[in-house]
Design a binder for this molecule. Structure first.
Ligand code: 5GP
Length: 208
């Protein structure tokens, strides 16, 4: 069996990356979600081991020291990180593992695993991007301006991603991202195990 692929999905705030990730996981069996570890407190309704592995700062720092994290980041005073063993187990099962992480994390993952497929999601244009941020109705004008400024800061990193996908329609965008990922399976570098098994079976036939 070929190993699964590692996929990073990042995007501008409000571009729809979490909705797309949830939809991919719901509609296709071949994906697994990388459950991150964090030191922040669970929000109402969040389940340990499903939304995050909620751990203490000491446990997190021990994991950093032991090299147990594929990448990590400090976001507004809390640690967030991707668990290497969790991801590797899922890849070995043949699952395509989705990491929905910020651009800092994405950069670290690509550096350690160059075969990672990185996908950056954006709104179709600036006014739609701005509207989506406002549409949440929960943020003050200052926060919205800060997030729009962050969009500008993230553009150089977005350009280092393998794909930039415009989320103009949730249905079509999810399908498009699924197709991008599944096409990568056809690359010869991802077919090694398949051809090795093929060779073994031909030899068995010849030996009969
Ligand atoms: P929240 O506290 O809202 O769940 O997440 C805050 C931010 O941390 C989001 O931008 C989210 O994408 C990011 N994040 C979640 N898990 C990870 C992770 O494992 N690594 C990194 N680098 N960022 C993460």
């Amino acid at each position: 069996m070929n190993k699964g692929l590692l996929i990073v999905i990042s995007g501008f705030s409000g571009a729809g990356k979490s909705v797309i990730t949830k939809k991919l996981l719901r509609e296709y069996e071949h994906y697994a979600y990388s459950v991150s570890a964090t030191t922040r407190n669970p929000r109402a309704g969040e389940v340990d081991g499903k939304d995050y592995f909620f751990i203490t700062k000491e446990e997190f720092e021990r994991k950093i020291e032991n090299g147990e994290l594929l990448e990590h980041n400090n976001y507004v005073g809390n640690y967030y990180g991707t668990l290497k063993s969790y991801v590797e187990d899922k890849l070995a099962e043949g699952k395509d593992v989705i990491l929905e992480i910020d651009v800092n994390g994405g950069r670290q993952v690509k550096a350690s695993y160059p075969d990672t497929i990185s996908i950056f999601v954006t709104a179709p244009n600036a006014s739609e991007q701005s509207q989506r941020l406002r549409g949440r109705g929960t943020e003050s004008e200052d926060v919205i301006r800060a997030r729009l400024t962050k969009v500008i800061d993230e553009i150089p990193t977005a350009l280092t991603y393998d794909y930039i996908v415009v989320n103009d329609d949730l249905e079509k965008t999810t399908e498009r991202i699924n197709r991008i990922i599944q096409d990568q399976h056809l690359r010869s570098c991802n077919q090694k195990a398949f051809l090795e098994e093929f060779e073994k079976d031909i030899k068995t036939i010849l030996d009969k």
